[in-house]
Design a protein around this ligand. Sequence first.
Ligand code: UTP
Length: 289
Amino acid sequence: MKKVKKAVFPVAGMGTRFLPATKASPKEMLPLVDKPLIQYVVEEAIESGIQEIIMITGRGKNAIEDHFDRSMELENLLEKRNQTEELASVRKISDMCDFWYIRQKEPMGLGHAILKARDMIGDEPFAVLLGDDIIHTNGTPALAQLLEVYNRTGASVVAIEEVAKERVSSYGIVDPVHCEGSLCMVKGLVEKPEPESAPSNLAVIGRYVLTPRIFEMLDKVNPDQKGEIQLTAGLNALCAVEPLHGCKFTGKRYDAGDKLGFVIATVEYALRRGDIGTEFQKYLAELKF
Ligand code: UTP
């Protein structure tokens, strides 16, 4: 069985839920305290053993490329000023792993974005991580939990989480055959179903480990009413020809692509911080609003 070494990060979406902040800057660069969303997810991939990251970018996303590149001017300045801690944190970002960039000329859907990575992935299993979903764990990173399932079964795995019934219409929802412990065998997926017709309340979250067969499926699926090729449709086709697992990961997920989710993540990440957490907690306890 081939080892998963590459991860695809689709970052070409328009981020319309976060306008006007995302008009001229990528939503992936919004910071949780002092680190952009995308860096949290890149660090999760690297901690899970990923060696190469392929970002699917689009117009207005240059800041992401710059963030993961060397900045000699900034490094020289920090060196001159003896700001060794800051220098190390800046250098660490570009040294993390190899980054590749592919343009998706038009945002034609998540499935279409993933298809763009086909030539770079070749005939290997690979991971997909979405920068909107930030997952905090106290132990094994979420992607590593999925990789553990893949390494055991050799089959594709999607991260799943139970959501309130009235929220199912915001997610891709799996149709499970049966679940045992944290693992479900999936026989179908539906994109944003109405609560009455949803096959379950198990939502797909932005972490996937996929066999290269997904490309064949994405190539064949029809665009939706908006003209977009959805990953959910590709996964639905995949589970008709290959086993597909859903993994109920351990950890807390934040929907950072949504305004309320982002604010909640900011508060909780600030509270977890060693440098500002205690003072921030004190501030919140005394806040009268
Ligand atoms: P979303 O639909 O959540 O992100 O896509 P969005 O389109 O950026 O945001 P809203 O809904 O308008 O606020 C999920 C992921 O897929 C990527 C996005 O960047 C995001 O990480 N994506 C989506 C692409 O790369 N290309 C696309 O055509 C669509």
